[in-house]
Structures are given as structure tokens and as C-alpha cells.
Ligand binder design. Structure first.
Ligand code: NI
Length: 189
């Protein structure tokens, strides 16, 4: 079932996700809903908080054409999409960083250059509850880092440069106000 995307200004986005204790049918159902929601919104990643659930689950679905170098070779051969990460934890990150534009479904129409490590190793549980450790590079590594930030309550607005934040301050304030108005509307009898 497609869910509502929670936007900036909604307090759930600032929560720290609680770990999943058991990978059961309820978690898999949440992940299916998240996938449906992300696809409907044309996103490449989604964290559970963005559908209002502060649990440590995130998904990515990066088109493989975004994972190719100039020669057309995959940066992450063998990776299949979509991927679900339950209780993901950063094991290590490269010292080398890269800056690229990022967006977020919780910040519609807002994009900002964000600097991140080029390569990360992550451990997590898969859909069967099996522990996995994998290394990701380039855009896929960026997408995972963005989603893991969500699980810690860290948002695009916290990662952008001070200068960019000033440039976007009008748009960001407007979004926050709209979100707050919506929430107030929902709470009214
Ligand atoms: Ni996001």
C-alpha cells in the first residue's frame, strides 16, 4: 500500500530509528509499502521515517545506468536492485570524498551539493534476517549514506553548506511551514 511521504518539519524525521528486533512479516510488509511509495514518487531511496515509522529500515533502488563509469562499466558489479537494509551500520568509509547534488522526497524540489565518502562498507540484515556486510561505491554508496542519515534523524538541510542553506532558506522555511500547517490540519477534530 502506498503511504504518505512525511516532509521536512514533521518531527518524525528527527527521530532516531529504533532497531528491528525480529525480521518478520510485519517488517517485510513495511518494506513492500516503502517500495511502492518510493516508486510512485520516483525516488531512488527511502527510509522508514519518511513514511512515519521510526524503525531502522531503509531501501534503495538506483537505476543501474547511474552506476556506470565513462566506459559503461558498473561501479558495483553484482549488485541487484532494489535493496533493503535492516539495522544498517556503517563499518567503514573511504577517506576520498566526492560532492554531488542530492535531493530527498521529504524536501520536494530542493537539491543541494553534498560531500560524502566515495566508498562505504555497511553491515545490515537482509529480508530473511541474515547478516550481510557489503561495500558500495559512487552513487549507490551516496544513496545508502543518505538513507542511513535519515535513520539517525539527520537530513539534507544538515549536510548542505552554510552558503547553500542561506540560498535555499526561503524554500526550506516555506516547506517547513506547509508541513506544520498540514500536521495541524490533521490533528484538528
Ligand atoms: Ni531523503
Amino acid at each position: 500500500m502506498k503511504k504518505l511521504i512525511h516532509t521536512y518539519g514533521d518531527p518524525v524525521l528527527r527521530e532516531k530509528a529504533r532497531p528491528v528486533e525480529k525480521v518478520d512479516e510485519a517488517i517485510r510488509a513495511l518494506i513492500r509499502d516503502m517500495l511502492e511509495t518510493m516508486r510512485a514518487e520516483r525516488g531512488v531511496g527511502l527510509a522508514a521515517e519518511q513514511v512515519g515509522e521510526a524503525v531502522a529500515v531503509c531501501i534503495i533502488e538506483v537505476p543501474l545506468e547511474m552506476d556506470r563509469d565513462e566506459q559503461g562499466l558498473l561501479f558495483n558489479p553484482g549488485v541487484t536492485m532494489p535493496m533493503a537494509f535492516i539495522n544498517p551500520r556503517l563499518v567503514s568509509a573511504s577517506r576520498e570524498t566526492e560532492t554531488a547534488d542530492e535531493g530527498c522526497l521529504s524536501f520536494p524540489d530542493i537539491y543541494a551539493p553534498i560531500q560524502r565518502p566515495v566508498e562505504v562498507t555497511v553491515d545490515y540484515l537482509d529480508l530473511q534476517g541474515q547478516p550481510q556486510t557489503r561495500t558500495f561505491r559512487k552513487f549507490i554508496a551516496r544513496a545508502i549514506q543518505h538513507e542511513m542519515d535519515h535513520l539517525a534523524g539527520v537530513l539534507l538541510v544538515d549536510r548542505m553548506s552554510a552558503m547553500k542553506k542561506i540560498t535555499l532558506s526561503g524554500q526550506i522555511k516555506r516547506l517547513k511551514r506547509q508541513t506544520r500547517e498540514q500536521l495541524a490540519g490533521q490533528a484538528a477534530p
